[in-house]
Design a protein. Structure first.
Length: 94
């Protein structure tokens, strides 16, 4: 796998051994990869945990996505700002 990816896994998971996620993380070719192990959590990180644990997992997922969305948007936002600035100056003199 060479695309950016996030792995979230409960450290106390009895359904899927956390070492499988660790192996995927280590063997993936991607330069943008993140492994989040949650000690004491089980298999169903987004439904079978306490509300605080579920919130933590979702916050981590959202933060991971936000970080990549912001990085992708910055060049586009900078380009739009330059365009808007040039467009404004071209029409200001008319």
């Amino acid at each position: 796998m060479s695309l950016p990816f996030l792995i979230v896994h409960g450290g106390a998971d009895k359904v899927t051994d956390p070492s499988v996620s660790e192996l995927l993380y280590q063997s993936a070719a991607s330069q943008d990869k993140t492994l989040k192990l949650y000690p004491g959590m089980w298999h169903a990180l987004t439904s079978g945990e306490s509300p605080n644990n579920i919130r933590t997992v979702f916050q981590d997922i959202i933060a991971w996505l936000d970080h990549r969305s912001t990085e992708e948007l910055l060049p586009e936002l900078e380009q739009k700002a330059r365009h808007d600035h040039q467009h404004h100056h071209q029409h200001a003199g008319k």
